[in-house]
Write a protein that binds this ligand. Structure first.
Ligand code: PLP
Length: 398
């Protein structure tokens, strides 16, 4: 039982899963419909169509009944044959996962090891490719969630085009979080999962391929059955269903969530995430906490704890005493980091709650800081932003 006046109210500020809006929950509570009906056909069409602007593509977006990792595996087995080579960026837990998936399928992964918190430098990708001229693809994250860091996907096009490699991007904490321009950036594969910015419970993934990547996928003989993307595309585009039984309730939820996102306006959604992240970073500075990331992501912020403070305890205190869910660090950052998510059903005002709870937890751990300094920093950022349009240069007012 929480020790304070929390009541039953719970806050979920983890970098996935995220809180699901009541509108989406209600939609998913509707009676289950059959997946081979025109009724479901209309829903899946709306969901796939509604995802395109989030991906920044005019191409097809395909849904998969899987978590985000399923879409990562689908990308690998639809683009590479066993024995073929690829370069992958390992700047954290999820980058490392690309290497594990490649190895599991007998592909040869050439690792670019990046220090946690650092973005990969385009020269590193160029170098890795010149050391592995047989590489057919480059795999990386747009936002590496374990280190709360953005990789410069938008700067890689010239490099991958020159080397004739496919550019494969895990956008799980990027799609719907900040602008993605898949077509313009020369991204060949972009994928995401439902439980991050899409504000849907876990279990659904979405993936989009460039023309080049579809060609490659269609010609490839790598063993695969459930994650055969060409087959899945055919079912979704031509038959308005999924190849196998669709998770109809999740797709209903996704269509509703996209209605909310587009109703708000994508640019406003991105601005909301950016402001929430910015306010959280300002709070960190005010509390004397450093950020793990040198190029912080807008979807999640990683705050380094002072030496001697057990991050696991901070996270548990926030969850058990205050009903505020945040996440700790993974692997080498275990116990040293608090990660606060800003994706999806979160507003800048929620940063006040997250930072207030963090301050309470830090105080309980005996950390000394000026009480309220973090909360005040959040408030200043929010208030500054609210006043901004009136003072802004022409064209920026509403
Ligand atoms: C959450 C996440 C995934 C997907 O993980 P699942 O647990 O399979 O949904 C993949 N990549 C990144 C960057 C993530 O944040």
């Amino acid at each position: 039982m929480p020790g304070q006046m929390t009541g039953p109210k719970k806050y979920l500020f983890t970098p996935g899963p995220v809180a699901v809006p009541p509108e989406v929950l209600l939609e998913m509570a509707r009676p289950v419909i059959h997946h081979r009906t025109s009724e479901f056909g209309a829903v899946i069409d709306r969901a796939r169509q509604g995802l395109k602007p989030l991906f920044g593509t005019k191409g097809e977006v395909v849904l998969l009944s899987a978590s985000g990792t399923g879409a990562m595996e689908a990308a690998v087995v639809n683009l590479l044959a066993p024995g073929e080579h690829a370069v992958f960026v390992n700047g954290g837990k999820f980058g490392e996962r690309w290497g594990k998936i490649l190895a599991a399928h007998g592909m040869v992964g050439h690792e670019i090891k990046v220090e946690w918190g650092q973005p990969v430098r385009p020269e590193q990708v160029e170098q890795a490719l010149s050391g592995a001229p047989e590489a057919r693809a480059v795999f990386l994250q747009a936002s590496e969630t374990s280190t709360c860091t953005l990789h410069p996907v938008e700067e890689l096009r010239a490099i991958t085009e020159r080397s004739g490699t496919l550019l494969v991007v895990d956008g799980v904490t990027s799609v719907g979080v900040f602008e993605q321009r898949m077509d313009d950036w020369g991204v060949d594969v972009l994928l995401t999962g439902s439980q991050k910015a899409l504000m849907v419970p876990p279990g659904l993934a979405a993936i989009s391929l460039s023309e080049r990547a579809w060609e490659r996928a269609r010609g490839l003989k790598t063993p695969r059955y459930y994650f055969d993307l060409a087959r899945e595309l055919k079912a979704q585009r031509d038959e308005h269903s999924m190849a196998y039984t669709a998770p109809v309730s999740l797709v209903l939820g996704l269509a509703k969530a996209l209605e909310l996102i587009h109703g708000e306006g994508l640019e406003r959604v991105f601005a909301r995430h950016a402001l929430t992240a910015d306010a959280t970073r300002a709070a960190a500075t005010a509390l004397g906490l450093k950020l793990l990331s040198q190029r912080p992501a807008p979807g999640v912020t990683g705050l380094l704890l002072p030496a001697g403070v057990d991050g696991g305890k901070v996270v548990r205190y926030m969850r058990d005493e205050l009903n505020v869910g945040v996440q700790g660090g993974q692997d080498q950052m275990k116990g040293r980091l608090v990660r606060i998510g800003h994706m999806g059903y979160v507003t800048p005002l929620d940063a006040l709650v997250a930072i207030s709870a963090l301050e309470q937890a830090l105080a309980a751990m005996g950390v000394s800081f000026a009480p309220g300094a973090g909360v005040a920093a959040v408030q200043q950022r929010i208030a500054g932003q609210a006043g901004a349009p009136r003072r802004a240069v022409s064209g920026q007012g509403r």
